[in-house]
Design a protein around this ligand. Sequence first.
Ligand code: MF3
Ligand code: CO
Length: 256
Amino acid sequence: MGFVKNAEDITKMKQGGKILAEILSGLRKMLVPGRNCLDLEKEFIKLCAKNKVVPTCKGYSPHGMPPFPTGLCVSINNQSVHCFPKKEIILKDGDVVTVDTVIKYKGLNVDAAFSTVVGRETDPLKRKLVDTAKSALYETIAEVAPGVRIGRISNKMQKIVESQGLNVLKDYAGHGIGREMHEYPEIPCYGSKNDGPKLVEGMTICIEALVCTGDDIVVNDSEWETRMADDGYFAQAEHTILVTKDGYEILTLKEK
Ligand code: MF3
Ligand code: CO
């Protein structure tokens, strides 16, 4: 069972998780109208160097994909997963922004993401979208414990999101994490509660609430960049979580 981490790896992931939470909290404050998205990337790369962590996404090139160009994934409005900051993109009031990234600390990865609405908000649908992504993440994390099937998380995620009149993405999923950014098991945002493998103490997983306001169909703008086909809004909330003896510990939270 290679996906179960030893005590040493868990310690490293706990430390890395706190660093990532601090970094994301700093980046969140930069999400203001007039902000050039490349500023976020520059600050992120600086913070990675300062904290002696590797920005795992930068140059990531699985199965023949072109290397991912940046350390951060930044998506705006109808953009979906795996978009990246570009210099011509300036944030404005009401933009739905998602920041998603992975860092590696002492050889172990941690992954987290959040969405927010920039500046003054006028559209209640955008607020509902980002709030639902966040609550769906926390409510499904609450299910995590040894012996619990992945399907229970997936099924609960789908129910919470659909009860708000929103949709979950079907083409992308949460995942195990460790020495690799994506490890066993896959954690979809939908499905039956009796499906999937059971969680085991010592597993480290990323639950990703991948939520959209419209249809769940995602199209590609390039090999990496994706967009909601119907131009609906997209939001994401993600944490790295350790399965403990009695339940769980969220690793990508700031030190209290
Ligand atoms: N949280 C994202 C994921 O698990 C991070 C992707 S980084 C990228 O897919 F390099 F693949 F873009
Ligand atoms: Co992830």
